[in-house]
Ligand binder design. Structure first.
Ligand SMILES: *Cc1c(COP(=O)(O)O)cnc(C)c1O
Length: 360
């Protein structure tokens, strides 16, 4: 049976959080002389009320959560907004893992921040590689879990491989692991599947991460979403920096949340481009394999990935070199771009291939 109190570090359970001025009085009207702000305004204030920057923002981003909850089919109290989803990744590690003794489990090849977060916090890392078809080897994972393993990160669709992870495998982990199973759905908008957020009420050890950086096109804002049980969200709120999401970011997120159709339209364009790019890559003799993708990027295998990578860099086309990553040998990760960007990548790959055949 999962018990959050056995997963949290003991001092986190008893921690008294910082109480910010905006926690102690939440009314909107009044003369605010409680937070040592500059009552005269700011150096860059404009005339509109949203162009004022002298006041601290809502530490709990309530307006955003109220708008986001119905979009995601969760309760506002099941939402944490972070400074990128990298912030909840780090907070989850810090809330649960005692440095030097506790561990997290990851499934490489996968997103690099889980390992970095563990390293920063001096937390042990257990790695169980995905199978050659980039799925979870469930019995091996269950056997690798240690008594002090607190977190298990599953990235689905997975970065850098691009595929969805089998739903039943994740559910088996949720059922058999008494720590937190963190499902990172940064690329969920590009996949034809239901989010794990639908299972939050069923599995108290489930945490779902999503981000505004990919489908929403807001990487510059640094905003990520974490969905979990009310009890765990309260813990994250307790340990986060009080004003972790800036005022302008909150305003822009609210604006974005009114533009769901615009986000969906961009996702459709990206999906159409992804299919076209895959088809055209498959026609290039240079390309050894194109992995199927449920994300906005494609993992592509080349005979000589380093040479292709360097050639593209010379043409000012920057892709992600993953060829030294285990199970991704020979691979470059290519983000789906605009039609013109994709045409240029394909054209350069053709030029590179021609250049090879004429110089050999
Ligand atoms: C891009 C990405 C994120 C997003 O990180 P942010 O800090 O929200 O920009 C999270 N997880 C994975 C797997 C990613 O690829």
């Amino acid at each position: 049976m999962f018990d959050l109190n056995t997963i949290l570090r003991p001092h986190i359970i008893t921690l008294t959080p910082y109480s910010s001025a905006r926690d102690e009085y939440t009314g909107k009207e009044g003369i605010f002389l409680d937070a040592n702000e500059n009552a005269f305004g700011s150096t860059i204030d404009g005339s509109a009320s949203e162009d004022h920057y002298n006041r601290y923002p809502d530490p709990h981003q309530q307006a955003i959560k109220a708008k986001l909850a119905p979009i995601k089919g969760v309760r506002p109290t099941q939402i944490f907004i972070g400074n990128g989803s990298d912030e909840p990744i780090d907070l989850l590690v810090r809330a649960t893992c005692t440095p030097g003794s506790d561990s997290i489990l990851i499934l490489p090849p996968t997103y690099g921040m889980y390992e970095v977060s563990a390293a920063i916090n001096d937390v042990q890392l257990i790695k169980v590689p995905l199978t050659t078809d980039f799925q979870i080897d469930v019995p091996v994972v269950l056997a690798a879990i240690q008594p002090r393993t607190k977190l298990l990160f599953v990235c689905s669709p997975n970065n850098p491989t691009g595929n969805l992870i089998d739903r039943e495998a994740i559910i088996t982990l949720l059922t058999h692991f008494n720590g937190l199973v963190v499902v990172d759905e940064a690329y969920i908008d590009f996949a034809d599947t239901e989010s794990f957020t639908a299972l939050l009420d069923q599995y108290p050890n489930l945490v779902v991460l999503q981000t505004f950086s990919k489908a929403w096109g807001l990487a510059a804002l640094r905003s990520g979403m974490c969905f979990a049980s009310e009890a765990l969200i309260e813990v994250l709120n307790k340990i986060k920096p009080p004003y972790n999401v800036s005022g302008p970011t909150q305003q822009l997120l609210l604006k974005a949340l009114n533009q769901v159709p615009a986000k969906d339209a961009m996702v459709s364009q990206i999906l159409a481009q992804r299919e076209e790019l895959i088809a055209k890559l498959l026609n290039l003799p240079l390309v050894r394999h194109v992995y199927p993708s449920d994300a906005n990027f494609i993992l592509v295998k080349f005979d000589d990935p380093k040479a292709v990578f360097d050639y593209l860099i010379d043409q000012q086309i920057i892709v992600r070199d993953r060829h030294r990553v285990k199970l991704c040998e020979g691979c470059l990760r290519i983000t789906v771009g605009t039609p013109s960007e994709n045409e240029q990548v394909l054209a350069m790959l053709k030029t590179y291939a021609n250049h090879l055949t004429t110089t050999v």
